[in-house]
Write a protein of this length. Structure first.
Length: 235
């Protein structure tokens, strides 16, 4: 069994992560022994913020109704009285030039509606995650991408943009993906202008962590090499 606590420690130390990686699992029914989310959040990615801050919990469908786009990417149908919100949100995005309607078909979604979604810091996850969301500086995401290439777990997808939440299903289907994040995600999670995301399949996170030390060490050596070379060639 994967030691998720050790994986988080290795990832955070070697990849310079200031925020805790987020474990996400999609289950058919609520898990025993895990606290149910209580309250209201404005978006699905708001749950990422809570988990990264240290909370472990699960959500059910109605916890996601405030986020029509997130509900769409997670294959969670909105109830009849709220179903128009998805069309209204998409229409607004198209009207202001944020998206073209033909782009909608290319948005990745989960293959089936989850009965419950578990969110937790990676090191405290109560169940095996389907994906792990890592967020950090551009430098940290660079290191993650290099470690993923070394581990052989990357996808062939280009960096994803909006909506950020589609990176979850894209990673499940194709391997690790990088997301530049969207404005909504940045508002709801508090991600800074310089932060990006990488999403990796849960089954691959141990391989990613195992390569993190090598990549960190290699980059430290190359930093010294390039710094000295710049100084020498700039004289």
């Amino acid at each position: 069994m994967t030691d998720y606590r050790a994986a988080e420690r290795d990832l955070a130390t070697n990849l310079r992560l200031e925020r805790r990686p987020i474990a996400v699992a999609f289950l058919d029914s609520p898990p025993a022994g895990v606290e149910k989310f209580s309250g209201t959040e404005p978006s699905g990615c708001s749950f990422w913020r809570l988990a990264s801050a240290g909370k472990a919990f699960y959500t059910v469908a109605n916890d996601h109704y405030n986020c029509p786009i997130g509900a769409y990417t997670h294959n969670i149908p909105l109830p009849a009285d709220r179903a128009p919100e998805l069309e209204q949100t998409v229409a607004l995005m198209a009207k202001i030039g944020y998206i073209r309607m033909e782009e909608i078909a290319g948005i990745s979604t989960l293959p089936k509606t989850p009965g419950a979604v578990v969110y937790a810091p990676l090191g405290d996850t109560p169940v095996d995650p389907d994906v792990v969301i890592l967020w950090g500086s551009a430098n940290s995401i660079m290191l993650i991408e290099e470690a993923a290439v070394r581990a052989g777990i990357t996808s062939q997808l280009q960096a994803l943009s909006r909506p950020t939440c589609m990176a979850v299903s894209a990673a499940m289907n194709s391997g690790m993906v990088v997301s530049t994040a969207c404005v909504g995600n940045r508002v709801y999670t508090g991600a800074t202008d310089g932060e990006l995301y990488a999403v990796v399949r849960g089954k691959d996170v141990a391989r990613l962590a195992a390569e993190a030390r090598t990549i960190a060490s290699a980059n430290a050596a190359l930093l010294e090499y390039h710094t000295e070379r710049r100084s020498m060639l700039s004289e």
